[in-house]
Design a protein around this ligand. Sequence first.
Ligand code: TRP
Ligand code: SF4
Length: 400
Amino acid sequence: MFANRVLSGMRPTGRLHLGHYHGVLKNWLKLQHEHECLFFVADWHALTTHYDTPQDIEQHVWDMVVDWLAAGVDPSQATLFVQSRVIEHAELHLLLSMMTPLGWLERVPTYKDQQEKLSDKDLSTYGFLGYPLLQSADILIYRANLVPVGEDQVPHIEFTREICRRFNHLYGREPGFEEKALAAIKKLGSKKAKLYQEMRTAYQEQGEESALESAQAILNDAQNLSLGDRERLFGYLEGGGRMILAEPEALLTEASKMPGLDGQKMSKSYNNTIALREDLDSVAKKIRTMPTDPARVRRTDPGNPAKCPVWQFHQVYSDDGVKEWVVKGCTSAGIGCIECKQPVIDAVQRELTPIHDRARQYEESPDLVRNIIADGCEKAQELARETMRDVREAMGLAFN
Ligand code: TRP
Ligand code: SF4
């Protein structure tokens, strides 16, 4: 069996919260035991949107790495590094930019979406347009085949696959491939040959999936092609040369079921978070002051758990027995809300205690964290250099 290489990155947003833990980190903890894993801080990606506040980035990087380690990401199992410290990512980004059609970048859905969402910022920059390409470089430079990401990032992985195929097509071909492919196109007959060429152009320049399918249909229907020519023409559409870069696959991370304190998604921008390194008293206080079913004005008013954010916490943290106790007690006004919240407080505190214990050593000796990252950067750089040797050679830049 082929060993998998997993790669994922996070933008440095500072201290992480329970939403990150339940959504992303628990998944990383599982993966690090199953595969070779590389996890990195995407600090350049932070600059694509926050180029005007660079002073925050460094602190955010270290805070985030400490949270990874505190959550149980194990540097003896996974390689942890910082993107900007492996400058080969930048070289690959530059080289890939030479062959990346602008149209491909402009039609990545996150481009317009984010520009509209972050409308207070001027994101009509070169760097922001290139966000997905930088991400492609992050992935392709390690020839990673599995990329755990949330739903929102899937278009970036699809984009990376297209870039990979285009790269292999342009730079990985057998000698004389182009001539042989052109000769094979002629054998399709002039009408089909013209259609094939048009579809190929539409796919390669606009990334139209439907054009690719039409061209493949033309080949499937063609009676008079030899096996070799047929393969060549399938390859000519998409690549089919030597595999220099490897096509990655998205490993879809299930959306976190962790709600915020107000019942919306837990997010810093909603100010409804419990941080991983939140003090346990503060955790208790935050949960005690959480809103509940607004219909329960008095202790004697019955409530409806379906209308209460605390109930969503019970879904994450409580067993069937406790949940039954909540439903019965709430709907009959048999229990008060403070009483109902206590098992949640206990469970969150129990979850955070080992995280705090692990965090302590890293908080006390920042050098420990810096050494872990220095090691990781070195390991990552070794892998990146190997790929770059092949990439440079393929692109005519092997000078030594
Ligand atoms: N864009 C990703 C995000 O916002 C972060 C990221 C950058 C990433 N490079 C990556 C994720 C490479 C996976 C692989 O979440
Ligand atoms: Fe919410 Fe529990 Fe109060 Fe019912 S008893 S409203 S579920 S906190």
